[in-house]
Each structure stands twice: as C-alpha cells, then as structure tokens.
Design a protein around this ligand. Structure first.
Ligand SMILES: [Zn+2]
Length: 279
C-alpha cells in the first residue's frame, strides 16, 4: 500500500473568511497573508494505492471555470496525467475518486472541456467511480444561499448522466483500508476518509479542518454553513486523533501537509508536523 499527494494547484482566500470571527491580530501569528490580506491555500489531493484499488481523494478546481474564479487567483491547475505519470500511474488507472464535497475547489478537476467551443465535457478519470454523500448531492441540486456560488453544474452533472457516481448515506467502508465518515458543519454530508496504513490511521480532514491553524475549536471558517456543528465535528475528530495519535492531512494548508495533535492542559494542539511522503 502506498499513499502519495497530488498538488492540484493553489488559490488565495481572504484571511477574514478563512478564520471567521477570529481577529487578524490573533490569526496572523499562525498563518501568513499578503498585503491584501489574502492567504495562500493549497488544493491538495491524496492518492491511495491499496494494491487492488487506486483511489484519489478530491480533484482540485480543474480548468473549466478559471475565468469566472479569477478573484481567487488560481495560479496553477495541475495536469493530472502528468502528475500521475510521475508517480507511475495514468488517469486510466484510477478505480475510485472520493469527493469530500462539491465546492468548486474540491471537485472541478474531475471533468474537463474536451473541445474549444466548451460544449463537450469528459471525465478526467474515465474508469473511476466517483463517491460522494447523498446529503451533499441533494445540497448541490438545491443549494442554500451561502453555498450556491460554490457549485457548478458542469462539475458533477455530466458524471451523474454517465452513471459514474455512487452516493452514500452514512459511514461507509469503500474497501478494507478506507472508511468514509460524514461531517455536517462546513457543508451537509462532507466526507472525511479514514485510511488504515499499516499500524497508522491517516485522516483526510478536508474542510473539517482546512489548515493546521484551524485546530483551535472556535477557529472555524466564515464559509461554514453551520459553524456550531463545525465546532462539535472538529472537537470529536480532534479528540479521537489525539487519543489514537492519528495523522491529520490538511488539504488547504500551503505550509503544513500533515501532522499529529495532543491534548496539553485541556487544549488540543499540533505537536508534530511533517510531509505526506514521510508518513
Ligand atoms: Zn475547500
């Protein structure tokens, strides 16, 4: 079994949105921003080769909506074929894609425009089954006012028409090594994969904890639809991670790929940080 990362690109997000009600004077000590207050955010994807299946978690923003999303300064959208070739695979080899949720920065890379006129949409991974939650799919079809701008029909509807999508409605074992758990605070039915890797457990936090700087319970992003639920979700995830010394992958953190947490004087803190290649 092997775990690798693919950096699908990065974008810039206002620090006030990333840290919600936390004052800049406090958060800027934990995460840098530029002169315009924008924080660099990664779109990190995880690639899991179990020996039987090749699974990717999330697909970045892709290339279909770069003009519309220019406000986010997406400065690189990866070529998945090149990235996979460098790791010894190709797009055809992927058996499964887990979509944590359907905001543009997580699922845009799963499809692309195959013609100049931008009328033909094709799947980037032609043999893969896409896994997401039913709650998230319903949310995507009938978004609330906060999330509507983050959902694009071109990202997932063609895959549904091609019958490439499978929906889960509760925690689900994708295979013996990968359990998909559901969290509701950021967006209904967000999936966090729990991966058993030898004697270690690797948790892909997604937007449950986007940056290592979001570890303090109240430091939830202003994008979260249900912030109190986010705090409860996060506390549960962190308590278990601290107790069992699980490895947390931070998808959006441009500076810290993953780490471990411990409870110190009643507060959960990041006590180790390292790269995915060092897991
Ligand atoms: Zn995100």
């Amino acid at each position: 079994m092997k775990i690798s990362k693919i950096e699908a690109g990065d974008f810039y997000c206002d620090g006030g949105a990333v840290f919600g009600v936390v004052p800049k004077r406090v958060w800027q000590k934990r995460y840098p921003c530029n002169d315009d207050n924008f924080c660099k955010m990664s779109m990190r994807c995880l690639l899991i080769d179990t020996g039987k299946r090749l699974v990717m978690v999330d697909t970045g923003a892709g290339t279909k909506h770069l003009e519309y999303l220019k406000y986010y300064n997406i400065n690189k959208s990866c070529n998945f074929e090149e990235e996979l070739n460098a790791l010894g695979y190709s797009c055809d080899d992927l058996t499964d894609v887990v979509q944590t949720h359907l905001h543009f920065d997580h699922c845009g890379g799963g499809t692309y425009f195959a013609d100049k006129a931008r009328t033909v949409i094709k799947p980037t991974f032609p043999n893969a089954t896409f896994w997401l939650s039913k709650a998230q799919w319903d949310n995507y079809l009938h978004p609330n006012v906060r999330e509507a701008d983050s959902f694009f029909p071109e990202n997932m509807q063609p895959l549904m028409e091609m019958k490439r999508i499978r929906l889960i409605d509760s925690a689900f074992a994708l295979c013996p090594e990968i359990e998909l758990r559901l969290f509701d605070g950021h967006s209904r039915g967000q999936i966090a994969p729990y991966i058993t890797y030898g004697d270690k457990t690797v948790v892909f936090c997604g937007d449950v904890i986007p940056l290592s700087a979001n570890i303090p319970i109240a430091w939830v992003s202003a994008f979260d639809c249900y912030p109190v639920t986010s705090m409860i979700d996060k506390e549960q995830l962190l308590e278990e991670a601290a107790e069992h010394q699980q490895i947390l992958v931070f998808q959006h953190d441009a500076y810290t790929e993953c780490g471990k947490v411990s409870k110190i004087n009643g507060r959960i803190k990041l006590t180790e940080s390292f790269k995915i290649s060092e897991i």
